[in-house]
Each structure stands twice: as structure tokens, then as C-alpha cells.
Design a binder for this molecule. Sequence first.
Ligand code: 9WN
Length: 423
Amino acid sequence: MEGRTAVDDVALGREAWSVLDANRAGAVTVPAPGLYPHQWNWDSTFVAIGVSRCDTRRAGTELLSLLTGQWRTGMVPHIVFGRVFGRGLADGYFPGPAVWRSGEHPAAPNGVPTSGLTQPPLHALAVWWMWRHAKDREEACDLVRRLYPMLVAQHDYLATTRDLGGGGLAAIVHPWESGMDDSPVWDTPLDAMAAAPGLQEDEPFPDRYVWLAQRYRDSGYDPAYLRAEHPFAVEDPMFNGIWLASCQALAELAPLAGADPAPHQEAAERIRAGLLERLWGGEAFHALDLRSGRLNPMCTVGGFGPMLDPGLPRDRVAKLVGVLESARFMGAAGYPVPSCEIRAPQFDRSRYWRGPSWVNTNWLLRRAAAVHGLDGLARLLGVCTLRLVRQAGFRECFDPFDGSGRGSRDFSWSAALTLDLLA
Ligand code: 9WN
């Protein structure tokens, strides 16, 4: 960007590495030792993406250590608890292992306490990124061969247990699974859920999250319960757009593992068809609440997730870019991309996924622009994101109007993805 020099870039890169080293305990990089002192699922995929150009081994061990938490169902949990930074397993974050009780479930890994929910399946794309950018090709190919069966199991789990709507898409069963925890998109299904027996309508908001997780746990994390009874089941465009991109990545990686790419290509086509038939709202993609049968009218950054698919029809890409560049998102934000459309009554410039801009979603949208040859948009997203971290540091998220930092400081994915943006 204007006025910056290569020396500034080197200094920023060094700062990013020092954050990642400070947040690392053994093979694991935690999101932020103060606030999130365990290993988080999609956070680790962003860390792997960010370090992969310089340190293939670290990218690989980050993912392998996350996958020690993978359940025998194929589910990759959203938190893998560890004794890091001198803390105990139950310390530093609620809900901890005592709430999830993974140790009591026959499909959970032995001796590795985890949550019972998952997060966006970016893993295969992260492995592809690591393989594509690795300097040591042999080491990268070896990692692909080790990780491939775990990724296949993860995708099979999503295609079977999580296709709750029967339309080829994976449903999330808790807002935590979206990675965008307090997005206003979840307000409507959560409000409807408040009428369920056992939940007081006046219970404080965060407790609904714990209550929902406990209900699923009390079913024994049962797939039949998810289909028939669980009150929260939503097909989210970002989760499914990421899954589609990961299917395409897996198709490219399959020959390295001596496997057939065709099933992954077919899966990607099924997801594309599902997205277009079920989640397209005329101008953008929206979340489908499977319990009410309604598309959520709210437009959020998640609605651009399907743009990660290079095969998305051109007319849909053009419409999405129109919305993204309009005053609803980038057009009125000094520091894009706001996580919720600015004109929405629920928009809040300082509350996590209800307005602020995030480095990880900017990185995903930059990748989406690049796969469609939208080089100007991709460059702009990269420049704006680097401006955010240069001005405010590696914060968790940022005010989209003045760029000031919000949430945790020295946040791992903000540092890791900065490394990728500087490359
Ligand atoms: C619950 C760790 C995680 C991220 C999510 C972010 C936030 C947790 C929370 O932190 O979620 O998973 O306690 O709010 O929303 O995207 O993975 O960084």
C-alpha cells in the first residue's frame, strides 16, 4: 500500500511470528492464551494456512494435533482441550470438559477431552494450501497422505449425519458451529427455541447456548435426535461454501494419496446444487432454518461463502459482488468487510459478529475474489486488511468505520493470515 516499504512489511511479518510463537504451546497454537486457552478448530486451519509458506512442519503438526480430537464418527470437534500455558484442562474457558463429557461417549478419542460440536470444515483447503505453497515437496506430500483419510472421514460425517435437510447441504446444530457465534442470523432460530420446554424465556442470552449444547449432549450426541428433535438446525452458506471449497481441494489431493478424486468432485457438485436451490435469495445467499423452513432475510458476511466456488455461475457472482461493494457492506465501511450488513437494525459496529470486520472473513473473501479472477477486489481486500492490523495490531476484530481494535489482542489467526497477505 501507498507509503509502505519492504522494511515495514518485514517488521510486520516479524511481529506476526512473535504473536504466533507466544500463543504456541508444543504442537498447538491457541487463539489467544487469555481468552481461548485451548485448541480451536477453524482457528488452527487459519494458523496452518498462514504459516505454510515458511514452515510446512508447523502447519502439519497444527492440523495433526487438532485431529487427535477427531471422533470415530469423523466429526472434528470445535475445541480440543489441553493442559497448556500451565493451566488445567478445565481452566480458562467455559463450557469446559465437564459440560461436554466427551470421555463418556464411545466415539470420542480416548484421553483427549473435546467439545461435542464442530466448526466450518476448512481443513482440506488448509492442507491443499500447505501442499501448494510448501518448499519441501516431499514433506508436504507425506503430510497429505497422513491427513487424507481423516479429511475423508470428516467429509463423510458431514454428508451423512449432518444432511438434516436431505438436500445435500450440511446443517449446523448450534451457533458455535458457524464460527460466527453471535451473528444476528441466529437470533430468529434462538428466539423460536426459547419457547421449547425446559428453557425460560427470560433466561440470559448466553445460557441458551449452553442449554442447547447440553440438550445435544444429553441425547448422547445422537444423530437420530438431531434429525427429529433438536431445536436448532440451520443450513449456513459460509459453512457450506467452505465445505464445497474443501471438497474441491480434496479432489486435487486425492491422487497424492493414491485415491480417486471423483467422489469429491461429485460432492462439490451436490453442494453447489444445494446452495443454488436452497439458499439463494435473489441477490445473495442466506441461512435456511430447517425448523421453520424459512430463509433468514438478513444479509451477513456469511452469505458470500459460496463465492469460494470457482464453478459458481457468473450471474450469481456478479450479484454477490454488487451487494458486497454496495453501501450495505464495503461501500460504506472505511475498513471492510463488516460482518453484518450496515443497514440492518441489528448491525452493531463493536459487537463481534454483529458488525465488526474480521481478518479471517476478509481472507476468505479475498480468496473468493481471486478464484473468480476479480483481481482488483482481491487486492483491495488484502490492502484493507493489512491496513487494519498495521493500525490497530493483531486484534480479534475491528470497528468497520474507524478501524479501531475489538476483542482480544495478539489473536492468532489475525497474525497468521497477515503472513499470508504479506507473501
Ligand atoms: C466459541 C476461538 C473462537 C472462534 C470463533 C469465535 C469465538 C467462541 C466463543 O472464538 O467463539 O467457539 O467463546 O465465543 O466466534 O469464531 O473460533 O477463537
